[in-house]
Design a protein around this ligand. Structure first.
Ligand SMILES: [Zn+2]
Length: 111
């Protein structure tokens, strides 16, 4: 009899504390998730920007086009300066530079 009486408040205490814990967990979890979510989104955007910059950056291996004897290479084969030319050399920036095309065309240069 004494044992059963003791169990009732114990159960109530357990239920209350579990409810309180769950509630507090939801609150903190929600706040933390929001902050994490924002930070994660910012990290994703930063990664996308970095990837876009990496893609836009001209490296020695970037494909390009140039007219033999020209000092300018073009990144876009459809650039207005070369699209109607019949003899357009193609290769990487490295090969363009060794062929004398040492400057990127300002018309089709990537931003
Ligand atoms: Zn061009």
């Amino acid at each position: 009899m004494i044992k059963r009486l003791f169990l009732i408040p114990l159960c109530a205490l357990l239920i209350l504390s579990s409810v309180a814990c769950r509630h507090r967990g939801d609150f903190d979890g929600g706040e933390a998730l929001d902050a994490d979510g924002v930070a994660k989104k910012q990290a994703e955007l930063a990664a996308e920007n970095a990837a876009a910059e990496e893609a836009a950056r001209v490296t020695p291996d970037t494909p390009c086009y140039w007219i033999a004897g020209s000092e300018v290479y073009h990144l876009d084969r459809n650039c207005a300066y070369i699209k109607d030319r019949e003899t357009v050399e193609s290769g990487t920036v490295r090969t363009a530079e060794s062929a004398g095309a040492v400057r990127a065309c300002s018309h089709c240069k990537k931003p």
